[in-house]
Design a protein around this ligand. Sequence first.
Ligand SMILES: Cc1cc2nc3c(=O)[nH]c(=O)nc-3n(C[C@H](O)[C@H](O)[C@H](O)COP(=O)(O)O)c2cc1C
Length: 379
Amino acid sequence: MVTSSGKTSRTRKQSLTEERKLDHIRICLEREVQSACPTGFDDIQLVHNAAPEINLSNVDLSCSFLGHKLDAPIIVTAMTGGHSEATSINQNIAQSVEELGLAMGVGSQRAAIEDPLLAESFAIARESAPKAFLVGNIGAPQLSLGYGAKEAQTAIDMIDADALAIHFNAAQEAVQPEGEATFTGVLKAILTLSHELSIPIIAKETGAGISSEVAKSLVEVGVKAIDVAGLGGTSWPAVEVERAKGEDTQKAILGRWFTNWGIPTAVSTFEASRTVKIPIISSGGIRTGIECAKAIALGATLVGVALPVLGPAATSSKDVSEHLDTLILGLKAAMFLVGASNLRELNQVPVLIGGNTRNWLELRGWGEDLRYLAKRTAP
Ligand SMILES: Cc1cc2nc3c(=O)[nH]c(=O)nc-3n(C[C@H](O)[C@H](O)[C@H](O)COP(=O)(O)O)c2cc1C
């Protein structure tokens, strides 16, 4: 079976990649892969308005993101592609976001950039969602290892993407047995890409958050939106613990140590939104409509969800829509209860921050902003 011909060894490598992607999906569906560390949203309170002077039915969730209109400020963030089982998952998510007027990111397109035979599992997203805002996805480590405009454009063309996400997954690469923890030169490569591509670049973490300092650096290299994907939701070190079990003991131990590593989502949303002027996507452990409302009140333009959509997406687009619709209803209810009839108003309501989130932010020098957010009054 194993010959010296390039063709045979190429085929074998592809099947290992597919296996890894499938592993990720199955582990995420079947095991507990969320960090035990809180997102910080429990430390945040919005002030109840007993006399909101608006009707729930009039609450308007429409918004604009990178020049595109959305019916609600929600993106289903990158999860999959690159193997046959991913096709129906991407199709179900895409059909649902098209129907609800939301946005969607596909998973890392590296496998299909390297093997066009796998492109259909991504292309199905655009086929199923001709009008939706779709985000392509490549990894920051690949930029360090030589990916450039050609590979980025292949990813974009595969789904006729409206934006390209570059994912930052240093924590995952550091603990993954076959990890590529190579980040040297990534910012410079993004600067070059930002001049070469005709669509905006989104910088995206994958569960460990983005600090104010990194947000600033990303803007300086031409990034047009940031998905903070903070700590408190899906943890890639936790996924790798499940994969590494019994295979690579040291990496499994590292995975356990780093499961709670990172910047909690609420902190990261606050820091990024208060630092840069580009749209911020708040994600990482966002599970309820109230958390969506808190994220937007903190300054986010959109909220992102991944893991909670995976189970429904493995079943049907109807299940995905039911899940997302509940999130939308919850967000609307929270807005009604603070008297915000649209997202601009929600963005201006008072926000009270206590607990560890406050400690973190005070230690980082955000005391004045904390006081401002608590006292500001919606117009
Ligand atoms: C099964 C699965 C696969 C993922 N694959 C990718 C990926 O290929 N690229 C990426 O940028 N993020 C990927 N992510 C990370 C998510 O986009 C998101 O940032 C992270 O899971 C935090 O959100 P959550 O807590 O709502 O899951 C993946 C997440 C899951 C659950």
